[in-house]
Design a protein around this ligand. Structure first.
Ligand SMILES: N=CN[C@@H](CCC(=O)O)C(=O)O
Ligand SMILES: [Zn+2]
Length: 393
């Protein structure tokens, strides 16, 4: 089936063929054919014949669907008390993950799946059409396997976060846990995931342990992702570059050498400012990363500990206000940048042949995403070529 999206006041394509970072077109139209984009351009050049359905954007803005490349949706329970304590002065520590681990292990598959459905629904309603989902609150072979099975029924982008926290049965024996991950968990879970990930951080996994887990995942055919340099300066960024990771995520504490290493690599720096907002952590130096030529993605990092939000528009507003990206750079990083952090060039872009995922904003341009923080501007969403949420005029 073909769909004409007509009367778009301002269209962001992310296709350099239309000029500038965002390939923006005013007074535009888009034609969809099945789940792909068939045509994009100024309305004046549209050959109007023959679409099966017409959606009218009413002169408002259309952007590519947001691409969330970092989330932890397979969990049970919540940690509002921990958040309140942090706001009263406690600092964030990796140990909070263990309380979610206990609740996740005790939950049924249906409870976990229901929570993922609720949260992916929230993402979609706010314009996010692609969501990567990590495991990581199981930390045993059966619990990581079922976490990935639950994730895989909601997304094609599932990541085995094999080394998130040392589980209680391995307390004081992190090296033994790492050995179990390498010899048992990765072989059992690799068929269910696209990437392996580790939390390389003080109090979680050190450089040696992280390298061993990532190398084993890579040898099992998985791509590599790293939680790196979130809370402290550390080896995560360099390790990610060394292992040709698809992305290194957080990247809040960096040296000149870290930025130089990223700039000369194909590893994406995925910035998660909602986690820094919610932990009062240092924000990443996005301006320096971008200006050095690093490929930057933005994600919401939805999880019950550091970032219980599914709002990519909120993340864009933070990135503009506090990370000092321009509104154009922030939108690119939340769409095309997120796609690169998933190794894809046919998501987060509106050009012929790309996946037909887009969002209608009740605004004259994408600038309003940061200009009107907290306002639900996404009023309709198309996913895989089909209207998925909201109303067109
Ligand atoms: N940093 C490690 N993992 C998550 C937080 C997990 C949690 O606190 O439950 C993150 O991306 O911020
Ligand atoms: Zn994370």
């Amino acid at each position: 089936m073909s769909v004409l999206i007509d009367n778009i006041g301002s269209l962001v394509t992310n296709d350099p063929a239309h000029g500038g970072l965002l390939g923006a077109i005013t007074d535009a139209a888009v034609v969809l054919d099945g789940d792909r984009i068939a045509w994009v351009g100024p309305r004046a050049e549209l050959d109007g014949a023959g679409a099966d359905e017409r959606l009218d954007a009413g002169g408002r803005a259309v952007v590519p669907g947001f691409v969330e490349s970092h989330s932890h949706l397979v969990f049970a329970g919540e940690r509002a008390e921990e958040f309140a304590a942090r706001m009263a002065g406690e600092s964030y520590a990796a140990g909070g993950i263990r309380s979610t681990l206990a609740k996740t292990r005790a939950a049924t598959d249906d409870e976990l799946g229901g929570n993922v459905a609720r949260l992916t629904g929230e993402y979609l309603a706010q314009g996010t059409t692609t969501v990567e989902i990590k495991s990581g609150y199981g930390q045993s072979v059966p619990d990581e396997r079922r976490s990935l099975q639950v994730a895989g029924s909601h997304t094609p982008f599932a990541t085995l976060l094999a080394a998130h926290v040392t589980p209680p049965e391995f307390a004081g024996r992190t090296d033994d846990y790492v050995a179990m991950v390498i010899h048992q968990m990765i072989p059992a879970c690799a068929p269910l995931a696209g990437w392996v990930d580790v939390f390389c951080e003080v109090g979680a996994f050190d450089e040696h342990q992280s390298r061993a887990v990532l190398a084993a995942g890579k040898a099992a055919g998985l791509g590599v992702k790293v939680h790196g340099n979130q809370l402290h300066q550390g080896p995560g960024v360099q390790l990610a570059v060394e292992l040709d990771a698809t992305s290194v995520d957080h990247v809040c504490h960096t040296t000149d050498a870290d930025i130089e290493a990223l700039a000369t690599s194909s590893t994406v720096a995925t910035l998660l400012p909602a986690a820094d907002f919610s932990t009062r952590n240092r924000y990443p130096d996005a301006r320096r990363l971008w200006d050095a030529g690093v490929t930057v993605a933005l994600g919401a990092d939805c999880n019950p500990g550091t970032s219980y939000t599914t709002s990519m528009p909120f993340v864009i507003a933070l990135a503009v206000r506090d990370l000092r990206l321009s509104p154009d750079e922030a939108l690119w990083a939340a769409t095309a940048g997120g796609a690169k952090a998933l190794g894809r060039d046919d998501l987060g872009v509106l050009r012929p042949g790309a996946v037909a995922d887009l969002a209608l904003l009740d605004a004259p341009s994408h600038l309003h995403l940061a200009y009107r923080p907290g306002v639900p501007l996404v009023v309709a969403v198309v996913k895989n070529g089909a209207p998925a949420r909201g109303r067109w005029t």
